[in-house]
Write a protein that binds this ligand. Sequence first.
Ligand code: NAI
Length: 434
Amino acid sequence: TSTYVPYKVKDIALAEWGRKEIKLAEAEMPGLMALRAEYGPSKPLQGARIAGCLHMTIQTAVLIETLVELGADVTWSSCNIFSTQDHAAAAIAAAGIPVYAWKGMNEEEFNWCIEQTLFFGEDRQPLNMILDDGGDLTNMVFDDYPELIQGIRGLSEETTTGVHRLYERMKNGTLHLPAINVNDSVTKSKFDNKYGCRESLVDAIRRATDLMLAGKVAVVAGYGDVGKGSAESLRGAGCRVLVTEIDPICALQAAMDGFEVLPMDEAVHRAQIFVTATGNVGIIKERHFEAMRDKAIVCNIGHFDNEIDMAWLNGKYGQTKSQIKPQVDMYEINGKEIIILAEGRLVNLGCAMGHPSFVMSCSFSNQTLAQLELWANADKYENKVYVLPKILDEKVASLHLAHVGAKLESLAQDQADYIGVSVQGPFKSEMYRY
Ligand code: NAI
């Protein structure tokens, strides 16, 4: 166990600014505020020591303080070297919550930060809950600190890529804890991944490049939830958008949403803006880079930086790299200048402020419910991956309706009987796809 470091952030003097923005975010996060009102008084997370590894943003600060208000002790690190908002981290540190995160750390510091979150306080009590985004904290515990597993009740995982890793572990027999897949709550992946990226992708490209987007040709690789939001984001800005896909269903969806679908080898000659959104590896590599036009902009909105072959780019053309500003670099490939955003890491958190608060309130309400459930009922679960019951998914949605002025129709008993549901919900079968 490491020695106790109370926190490590870029600049604690940013705390006051962070606190002002946290207050504004709270007003846009009705789900989390409702959970505070419902569970704050009874403190159901008393005794929980939650280590979290998730982009240390203003929105995450509201999640952290919700968990604290529900009775938990919390430690925090960010799951990406560029995604921390330093004023958010400072405000959390100033509130006395151990946070280890700053924007622009290196890989070694990244691991150091996660490691700090495993033990709590001067007396170095080990964590007993995991809240993860992408699986780096989970992997560290399982692979490097297996002795801690027995004291942990469960874990909740935020994103598609982290969830993939959990299902793989379940298949291989190396999942050592009950896990809740938060991503596949409908009110997470069909909202954050889609509507979140619809707002934050173009925001990132604009902040990074100040480029006129209208009239440009952009290509989005992958038409899953993130790809759908990303393609719509670019279309909304006036781009002509191309889509690449391997899955015929998603390819057909893209075509019927009005996008041209074609392989990257063809798109590469036409596009000026490249966005990867697959959660897969090697989407943009050597031959694509070599075929790109001058001043092409290349970025990734998936979880890890291997969607773009940055290793090849840095190996072969690293000496041509020149920084335009932090998280915006230019490389010269065969006489053409190529602009890479956020070093190939997720661009909306590297070059902009991530998703807006309102949509993150949906995601983080699911996170909070997952933590509550695992802390209270871990013994009911096996070492498998679960999703939250649909009734809770519907609850998360209903907590967000009033804020956008949406009023529900009420379902009459005879109508409920006719379609075979209860008047209280759930309103859909498990098979329904939204
Ligand atoms: P998804 O599974 O819904 O979509 C991925 C799509 O990529 C699928 O339709 C798949 O068929 C396609 N694909 C796979 N290999 C491909 C290839 N070689 N060429 C073209 N298409 C290919 O996953 P989702 O939820 O859209 O997430 C994508 C990534 O974004 C994940 O890494 C996830 O963790 C991350 N994510 C990032 C967020 C952000 O704010 N930046 C928010 C939510 C998720």
